[in-house]
Ligand binder design. Structure first.
Ligand SMILES: [Zn+2]
Ligand SMILES: [Zn+2]
Length: 137
């Protein structure tokens, strides 16, 4: 599988190759603030699965999640689209904001995390695994 994606303005473009490690819904409050959406859908990949055709405008914002672990959130500095996150606990992994795929119709999240912060308007699929905080390791 090979999927292209990018930001709203087109200055950030990437391609991922192969299946994601995992696709999940994140209900954390930091994702809400960053995206303005009631939850994020994210797809994690090994870093070698992603290549950037264009990333000159990428900026990083370092936040500290309520688990206490730092999160580096990368976004397009020209249009503001959140593109991916990196977490210290998994340095070889890149967590792509799945709404930036040109075609996101294939996404099938397998779990929800941070359901302690889940909004009433964000009730999803009760049959998938859900965790009140981060995904247990
Ligand atoms: Zn952009
Ligand atoms: Zn989140």
């Amino acid at each position: 599988m090979k999927y292209d994606g990018g930001c709203l303005c087109g200055q950030t473009r990437y391609t991922v190759i192969g299946d994601p490690i995992r696709v999940l819904y994140c209900h954390c409050n930091d994702c809400k603030k960053q995206t303005s959406a009631p939850y994020s859908v994210v797809a994690s990949y090994a870093k070698e699965q992603i290549t950037f055709q264009s990333s000159n405008f990428l900026k990083k914002y370092h936040s500290v999640g309520d688990s206490g672990s730092p999160v580096k959130r990368s976004f397009c500095g020209q249009c503001g689209s959140p593109i991916f996150s990196e977490i210290e606990a998994a340095p070889d992994v890149i967590i792509v904001k799945a709404g930036t795929f040109d075609d996101a119709s294939w996404l099938k999240p397998s779990m929800e995390i941070y359901t302690k912060d889940k909004l009433k308007c964000a009730q999803i699929d009760p049959s998938i695994d859900s965790f009140p905080g981060p995904r247990p390791r």
